[in-house]
Ligand binder design. Structure first.
Ligand code: PEP
Ligand code: MG
Length: 938
C-alpha cells in the first residue's frame, strides 16, 4: 500500500496543494502546474493524480486505491467551481478536460495525451449552443474521438499499414468531397459530423465496442491509458536510453480545457524562454492560429515563429513575453512551455526546464551568470556532462560545403554535420546502420586505425513519431519534410545530440517507391545525403567533415581561441571545473600526439599507456614476432634487444609531450598469440621474411592457442614467466626518462604491472623494475624519481588489496577486466546477449560502459579500504573505459579516488562530471563570488 492516502492534488486560481519541488509525487508536469498556479500565472484549474497511484495500479492488477474515485470527484468539483461549468452538462457549457501524463523527468512524445474529454453526443450540442460556434464544437468532438480511439481504445496502425487508420479516414473523406488535401481547419461542422460517424464506425469495427458516452467512464479510461502507456514499448525504449527507473511511474494531470481552436483570435504554441538550439537570448518558439496544442508538436502543419504573434495578436504576445521573463526569474533556468490563446486570452498549460543542445547549455549557463540569475557553480551543473562531447562534434569542411548542391532547406533543429545513406523508414534505417560500410568497389571502408566501419545512416521522414525512436537512435542525423523546431523529430534529436533538419518542405518523399525527389532530382534509398543541422541545409551526396572549433583551437591549432566564442565559453567552463574538482582527470594515451591532445583538453597526466599497441607499428612487429618465435632465452633476449630502441623512442616522445606530468606505463598485457599472423598467406609471408619454415610458425601459433585467452597466459604472467620481457620494458622506460631528464624536462614515470592477483606476482615484477632502474641510474649517472604500482583488475587483486599494497605504490583499477572477471562476462562477446539483458531489465546500463556499482563497485570499495589500511593515502585511480562515463566518474569521486583516466576527447566530459560530483558534496554550502569568477577567468 502507498504511504499517503492523498492521491489527488488540486491547482488553480493562484493556489495549489502541491508545488514545484514535488516532482517525484506529482510528476514534472503536475509539480510545475502547481508552481505556476502559485506564482499567479494564468493556469487553467485542474488536479494531479500522483505517481503512487501508478505504482499501486501495477502492484494491484491494474486497479486503483478505493479512495481515488471520491478524491477525483472532489477534484472535478473544484474545477467546476472555478470554471463555473459542469462536467457532463447537457444543458449549458460543459466542462471539458485534458488528461496528460507526466513522469518525474519529462519524456517528450513518449506518453499519450487526451484533449476535450467530456464530450459526447449530447454535451457536444450543449457546447454548440453555449459557444454558438458549430465548427469549433464538432472539431473538438472529432479530435476527442480520434485521440480516445487511438490512445485508449487502441485503434492504431497495424504492422502492414503505412498510415494511422483515423488519418486514412480523414484523407479518404477529403478526397471524396474536396478532391484534395485541404487543411483540417477548412473542414466544416457538417464535415466533422460526417467524420465522427466514420470514426465511431471504425472504432466499432476494430474493437467490437462502442465509443463510451459517459464522461466518467471516459475519464477513467483515459487515466488507465496514461498509466498503461508507462509500460508501452516506446516508453520502455526511452527509459532504457536515459536510465529512468521503471519504479518512478507517471502521474496523471486532469485540467480544464482551454481552446486554441475557437477561431482566428485563438491559437496554441510551444516556446522556449531562449533559443534551445544555439543558446541565443531570444523568445523562441512557434504557434499555430486556430489550433489545439497537439497540432503544433505533431508536425503535420508547419507552425509560424512566435515572433509573428507580435503582429497578429500584439496584446497576447506582450503578455507571453512578460510570462517568459517571470518564468526565468522564478525557475532560474530556461523554460520550455506550452500556451494556448483562447479568444485573445493567454493560458499556460505546461512549463519545464528546456531540453537543449550542448552548445545552448554552455551559452545559457555563461549568460545567466553574467545576468546574475545563477552563480558559476550552478553554471557548472547546468551543462550535462554526457552531452559535452557534442561540442567536439565535427562540422562540414567549409570549402566542400560551399561547393555542395543544396537540394532543400529546412529548420536548423539539431546542430552539427551528418552525412549518411538515407532511409525512409525507421526499421530499415536501424537495420542498415548495423551493416558494414562498403565502398563502390565493394571494399570495406576503414577508419584511420584500419578498423572496419558500420554504414552511416540518415533517417528521412515526412514527420517522425515516437515509433521511429529506434531508427532515430541508429541514425547519424534526422531529416523531415514537415514539422517545426518543436516537432517530435526536433525534440528527440536535440536531446540525443543528433544532427537534425526539420520541415524541409521541398522534399517530396515517396514511401511506396522508396525515393525522394528534390530540386528536380530523384534519389533512392541508400544514396548519400548530407545535412547541416546548424544551418538547416540539405545536400546531395557525401560531404567531408571538419573538426569543431574547439578541436581547431586546441588540437589542430588552426584557429585563434580568442576568435571563437564557443571555445572561449568552453575554456571558461573548464576553468571553473578546475576550481572545484577533487578528482583529477588523466588520459589513456599510447602516442605523444594523443598525450598532447589530452593535455590540451586539461588532462593532468597519462593514466594508462598500453605498451603493446606500440609493437604493431612498422618493423617492430617483426622484432616482436621474432621474440615470440624464439626457442631460447638467449634468442628471445636478442630479439628484445631489437625492440628496446623502439620502445625507448616511444617513451621519450611521451615524456616530452607530457612536460613533467606523470605517465603511468603499463607493461605488456595481451596474450602473445595476438601478435602472430593467423591466416595462411600472412604466415607464409612471415616465414619468408624470417627465413624459417612456415611449419614452425604454424606450430607456434598452435602452441599459443588458448581456449580462454582473456583468462590465459597474459598480463603479469608473461613478465613473470619471461622476465626478460619486463626487463627490456623497464630498461626502455628508465633510459628514456634519463635522456629526457638530462634534456631539462621533468619526468615522472609510474610503472604499472597488469593483472596482478597475488602479492608475490607483484614482488617478482617489482624486483625486475627496481633492478633495471638501479642499473640505468648507475650507467647514466642520474637520479630518477619513479613509482611502481599495479592494476587492480581481477577480483583476487581487489580482495587481497591490503597484501598487494604492501608492495604497490599505487593502484589503478582496470575496470574493463574487473567487470569481465567480476561478472564472468567476456568483454568481447557480451554483445550477443547484453541487448536482451537490457530489454529484460536484468541490467540497467551496459556494465562495460558504466560501472556496475553494486557489483564491481563493491570490489573497488574493498580494494580502496584495504589498500589504504596498508598504505594510508595511497594514490588510486581508474583507467578502464568507464573513466569517461559521467556516472562512473561520480562513483569514483565518491570512492575517494585521486583520478580517472579516459580517452583524450572524453577528458572534458570527465572534468565536468568530476566537478559536478564535487559540487554535489557541497549541497547546502553557500556558493560565492559568481561575478569574480566569471570576470577573472574570461
Ligand atoms: C582494463 O582492464 O580496464 C584496462 C584498462 O586494461 P585493458 O583494457 O588494456 O585490458
Ligand atoms: Mg586490463
Amino acid at each position: 500500500m502507498a504511504k499517503s492516502a492523498k492521491y489527488v492534488y488540486l491547482f488553480g486560481n493562484k493556489k495549489a496543494d502541491g508545488h514545484g519541488g514535488m516532482k517525484p509525487l506529482l510528476g514534472g508536469k503536475g509539480a510545475n502546474l502547481a508552481e505556476m498556479s502559485r506564482i499567479g500565472l494564468p493556469v487553467p484549474p485542474g488536479f494531479t493524480i500522483t505517481t503512487e497511484v501508478c505504482t499501486y495500479y501495477y502492484e494491484n492488477k491494474k486497479t486503483y486505491p478505493k479512495v481515488l474515485d471520491a478524491q477525483a470527484r472532489e477534484g472535478v468539483a473544484a474545477i467546476e467551481k472555478i470554471m463555473g461549468t459542469k462536467f457532463g452538462d447537457t444543458k449549458a457549457m460543459p466542462l471539458l478536460v485534458s488528461v496528460r501524463s507526466g513522469a518525474r523527468d519529462s519524456m517528450p512524445g513518449m506518453m499519450d495525451t487526451i484533449l476535450n474529454l467530456g464530450l459526447n453526443d449530447k454535451t457536444v450540442l450543449a457546447l454548440v449552443a453555449a459557444t454558438k460556434n458549430e465548427r469549433f464544437a464538432w472539431d473538438c468532438y472529432r479530435r476527442f474521438v480520434q485521440m480516445y480511439g487511438d490512445v485508449v481504445m487502441g485503434v492504431q496502425k497495424g504492422k502492414n499499414e503505412d498510415h494511422e487508420p483515423f488519418e486514412v479516414v480523414i484523407h479518404g473523406f477529403k478526397h471524396e468531397k474536396y478532391h484534395s488535401d485541404i487543411e483540417d481547419s477548412k473542414l466544416t461542422a457538417a464535415d466533422q459530423q460526417e467524420l465522427l460517424l466514420r470514426f465511431k464506425a471504425l472504432i466499432k469495427e476494430r474493437t467490437g465496442t462502442e465509443f463510451p458516452q459517459d464522461p466518467w467512464k471516459q475519464l477513467w479510461g483515459a487515466a488507465g491509458a496514461v498509466f498503461g502507456s508507462w509500460m508501452n514499448d516506446r516508453a520502455i525504449v526511452y527509459r532504457r536510453k536515459y536510465g529512468i527507473p521503471t519504479e518512478w511511474g507517471t502521474a496523471v494531470s486532469v485540467q480544464a480545457m482551454v481552446y486554441g481552436n475557437t477561431g482566428d483570435n485563438s491559437g496554441s504554441g510551444v516556446a522556449f524562454t531562449r533559443n534551445p538550439a544555439n543558446g541565443t537570448k531570444e523568445f523562441y518558439g512557434e504557434f499555430l492560429i486556430n489550433a489545439q496544442g497537439e497540432d503544433v508538436v505533431a508536425g503535420v502543419r508547419t507552425p509560424e515563429p512566435v515572433a509573428q504573434l507580435d503582429k497578429q495578436m500584439p496584446a497576447a504576445y506582450k503578455e507571453l513575453d512578460n510570462i517568459r521573463k517571470t518564468l526565468e526569474t522564478h525557475f532560474k533556468d530556461v523554460q520550455d512551455f506550452e500556451f494556448t490563446i483562447q479568444d485573445g486570452k493567454v493560458f499556460m498549460l505546461q512549463t519545464r526546464n528546456g531540453k537543449r543542445t550542448a552548445m545552448a547549455a554552455l551559452k545559457f549557463s555563461m549568460d545567466m551568470v553574467d545576468e546574475k540569475l545563477i552563480d558559476w557553480k550552478t553554471a557548472i551543473k547546468r551543462n550535462p556532462a554526457d552531452q559535452l562531447e557534442q561540442l567536439l562534434a565535427p562540422i562540414f569542411d567549409v570549402k566542400a560545403e560551399k561547393a555542395a548542391r543544396v537540394i532543400a532547406k529546412g529548420l536548423p533543429a539539431g546542430p552539427g554535420a551528418a552525412s549518411g545513406k538515407f532511409y525512409l523508414n525507421a526499421d530499415r534505417a536501424d537495420a542498415a546502420a548495423k551493416e558494414w560500410w562498403m565502398d563502390d568497389k565493394g571494399q570495406f571502408v576503414l577508419n584511420k586505425h584500419g578498423d572496419k566501419l558500420k554504414q552511416p545512416v540518415l533517417l528521412v521522414r515526412n514527420e517522425t513519431t515516437p515509433e521511429d525512436l529506434r531508427g532515430m537512435i541508429a541514425s547519424e542525423g534526422i531529416l523531415t519534410a514537415k514539422g517545426g523546431v518543436s516537432s517530435h523529430a526536433a525534440l528527440v534529436a536535440r536531446q540525443m545530440g543528433k544532427v537534425c533538419v526539420c520541415g524541409a518542405g521541398a522534399l517530396q518523399i515517396d514511401y511506396a517507391t522508396k525515393t525522394l525527389t528534390a530540386d528536380g532530382v530523384t534519389y533512392k534509398e541508400g544514396d548519400f545525403l548530407s545535412i547541416n543541422g546548424t544551418l538547416g541545409n540539405v545536400y546531395a551526396g557525401q560531404l567531408p567533415t571538419a573538426e569543431s572549433e574547439i578541436i581547431q583551437v586546441l588540437v589542430q591549432k588552426s584557429l585563434d581561441g580568442k576568435k571563437s566564442d564557443t571555445y572561449t565559453k568552453f575554456a571558461t567552463l573548464m576553468n571553473w571545473c578546475s576550481k572545484v574538482t577533487k578528482l583529477q582527470v588523466r588520459t589513456n594515451a599510447d602516442t605523444p600526439e594523443q598525450a598532447e591532445e589530452a593535455v590540451a583538453f586539461g588532462a593532468t597526466g597519462i593514466g594508462l599507456t598500453r605498451t603493446e599497441h606500440m609493437f604493431f607499428e612498422g618493423n617492430r612487429i617483426d622484432a616482436m614476432r621474432e621474440m615470440i618465435l624464439a626457442d631460447s632465452v638467449a634468442d628471445r633476449k636478442a630479439a628484445l634487444a631489437k625492440l628496446l630502441p623502439y620502445q625507448k623512442g616511444d617513451f621519450v616522445g611521451i615524456f616530452k609531450a607530457l612536460k613533467g606530468l606523470p605517465a603511468t606505463i603499463r607493461f605488456l598485457d595481451p596474450p602473445l598469440h595476438e601478435f602472430l599472423p593467423h591466416e595462411d598467406a600472412a604466415q607464409q609471408d612471415l616465414a619468408k621474411k624470417m627465413g624459417v619454415p612456415v611449419e614452425k610458425i604454424k606450430q607456434r601459433v598452435k602452441e599459443l592457442h588458448e581456449f580462454n585467452p582473456m583468462l590465459g597466459f597474459r598480463g603479469c604472467r608473461l613478465g613473470i614467466v619471461h622476465s626478460e620481457i619486463s626487463e627490456m620494458q623497464a630498461r626502455a622506460v628508465f633510459e628514456a626518462a634519463a635522456e629526457v631528464q638530462k634534456a631539462g624536462i621533468k619526468v615522472k614515470p609510474e610503472v604499472m604491472i597488469p593483472l596482478v592477483g597475488f602479492k608475490r606476482e607483484l614482488d617478482l615484477q617489482v624486483a625486475v623494475v627496481h633492478a633495471a632502474a638501479k642499473a640505468v641510474m648507475a650507467e647514466q649517472k642520474v637520479k630518477l624519481n619513479y613509482m611502481v604500482g599495479t592494476m587492480i583488475e581481477i577480483p583476487r587483486g581487489a580482495l587481497t588489496a591490503d597484501e598487494i599494497a604492501q608492495t604497490a605504490e599505487f593502484f589503478s583499477f582496470g575496470t574493463n577486466d574487473l567487470t569481465q572477471t567480476c561478472l564472468g562476462m567476456s568483454r568481447d562477446d557480451s554483445g550477443s546477449f547484453l541487448p536482451s539483458y537490457a530489454e529484460l531489465e536484468i541490467i540497467k546500463t551496459n556494465p562495460f560502459a558504466s560501472i556496475d556499482q553494486s557489483g564491481v563497485g563493491q570490489l573497488m570499495k574493498i580494494a580502496v579500504e584495504k589498500g589504504n589500511q596498508s598504505r594510508p593515502g595511497m594514490k588510486m585511480g581508474i583507467c578502464g573505459e568507464h573513466g569517461g562515463d559521467p556516472s562512473s566518474v561520480r562513483f569514483c569521486h565518491k570512492l575517494g579516488l585521486n583520478y580517472v583516466s579516459c580517452s583524450p576527447r572524453r577528458v572534458p566530459v570527465a572534468r565536468l562530471a568530476a566537478a559536478q560530483a564535487a559540487l554535489e558534496d557541497e549541497v547546502g554550502a553557500k556558493p560565492k563570488g559568481a561575478k569574480k569568477a566569471s570576470k577573472a577567468k574570461r
